[in-house]
Design a protein around this ligand. Structure first.
Ligand SMILES: [Fe+2]
Length: 214
């Protein structure tokens, strides 16, 4: 069962998303930019955690909260016409605040944060929206901060990609990010993080809408 605080942020996340938001500056009839795919990388879970809900900051059964700055990532999954892609599952995974993935291929670290879930999965709600509570992604050697995403809409489409944070110095030199040559497409992966406000005081939030080529 979700804790009281978990319920609170889920309710808050829905409220924060209630206002319609223009996805792009495109005029009526102009298709939305399809979210570019990115490499899955070597750290997609080989074994899913027992707790794999949308709150990565809390691991069920653990009193401690994950190290790092709490960050809410909210968004929708759409088709290029701006319509909701119903039935989609959204997965995310990222390293902990020390730069370590919860993955045997990234083991041996002394400072692994066991209180960070590392992976989460959620379904879109009736309005086509998803919400994750996680930590602000951090850099690790060779990579700018990012969160891995995988979206699967059965019978419709799937996408594996990565989300980046606006203003990060290493964005300019990050290999996977800059392999996207089209700057408009690249920009769709870069999310501005701001204060979460009433959603969760002291936390950050950002909106990452995903457009599937369906
Ligand atoms: Fe990664």
């Amino acid at each position: 069962m979700p804790t009281g605080s978990r319920r609170q942020w889920l309710i808050g996340a829905s409220a924060a998303l209630a206002a319609p938001r223009l996805l792009t500056a495109a005029g009526a009839g102009t298709p939305l930019i399809v979210t570019p795919g990115q490499t899955e990388g070597p750290f997609y879970p080989v074994k899913f955690p027992a707790d794999m809900d949308a709150d990565l900051v809390r691991v069920q059964g653990q009193a401690a909260q994950a190290v790092g700055q709490v960050t809410h990532i909210l968004g929708r999954v759409l088709n290029p016409r701006g319509e909701i892609v119903r039935g989609a599952t959204v997965e995310i995974w990222q390293c902990d605040a020390h730069g370590n993935y919860n993955h045997p291929g990234d083991s041996g670290h002394k400072r692994h944060d066991a209180a960070f879930q590392g992976y989460g999965r959620t379904q879109l709600d009736a309005d086509g929206r998803y919400a994750f509570r996680t930590i602000r992604p951090v850099a690790y050697p060779g990579r700018t901060p990012h969160i891995h995403f995988k979206v699967h809409a059965p019978g419709i489409g799937r996408l594996t990609t990565q989300m980046y944070v606006a203003g990060e110095r290493q964005n300019a030199s990050d290999g996977p990010l800059n392999r996207i040559r089209d700057s408009k497409a690249r920009d769709t992966l870069i999310v501005v993080l701001g204060e979460a406000g009433d959603l969760e005081p002291g936390a950050l939030k950002g909106t990452f809408d995903i457009v599937l080529a369906v």
